[in-house]
Design a protein around this ligand. Structure first.
Ligand code: FES
Length: 212
């Protein structure tokens, strides 16, 4: 899906951060003279703000926001543009309210990610890289999201949903469509990245911790 940049007709002319304290807080994390380190969290803040303000759809990063970040951290516009276009987590065009990022890299693929993608496509009537007409969902394909041990998995918004089956994937879509919060993490109740069959080592400690 990357790089997909909104055409000029969809780009707002200006952008301003509405919460100056949040911007200040982000900048304060970095030493003086290293303000450009704040580019990534500021891009994330843009997506949150645009998503919160959107009447339909989710958060994305307009070019005007990239220019505003460049002005704040005192670098050329292209420096911010380079970061924003490199990482798949930065969305540069209008998108659905719920962005389902399907991991299809080898471990997830071996564990059935093709069926998870198909479940999304069937339920929503759209294909990878597309957004539903009501702007509620976008589905896209991404590379390994680092949760291979609980494959197959997807990321929706900022959260991971792991140990998926096609049936559970469809249920999650239905719940989100109805505004219901969905349990994050493993969908089978697995604790973190523990063996699916429960603890195999340190069993006594696991019992003491109440996870066995
Ligand atoms: S392969 Fe899917 S999370 Fe790593």
């Amino acid at each position: 899906m990357k790089p997909r940049i909104a055409p000029k007709t969809q780009q707002p002319a200006t952008f301003a951060f509405k919460d100056a304290d949040k911007v200040k807080d982000i900048l304060s994390r970095y030493p003086v003279g290293r303000e450009q380190s704040a580019i990534m969290p500021l891009l994330d803040l843009v997506m949150d703000q645009v998503g919160d303000e959107a009447k339909q759809g989710g958060g994305w990063i307009p070019e005007a926001a990239m220019k505003e970040i460049a002005r704040i951290v005192n670098v050329s516009d292209i420096k911010v543009y380079e970061v924003a276009t490199f990482y798949s987590m930065y969305i540069l065009a209008p998108i659905g309210k719920h962005h389902i990022q399907c991991c299809t890299t080898t471990p997830c693929w071996l564990r059935g990610s093709s069926d998870i993608v198909k479940a999304c496509e069937d339920r929503l009537g759209i294909h990878l890289g597309e957004t539903a007409d009501d702007q509620m969902f976008t589905i896209s394909e991404v590379e390994c999201l680092g949760a291979c041990v609980n494959a197959p998995m997807v990321q929706i918004g900022d959260h991971y949903f792991e140990d998926l089956t096609p049936e559970r994937m469809k249920e999650i879509i239905d719940l989100l469509a109805n505004g219901v919060d969905v349990k994050m993490g493993s969908q089978t109740g697995r604790k973190a990245s523990m063996s699916a069959a429960g603890p195999t080592t340190l069993v006594e400690d696991a019992k003491k911790a109440g996870i066995a």
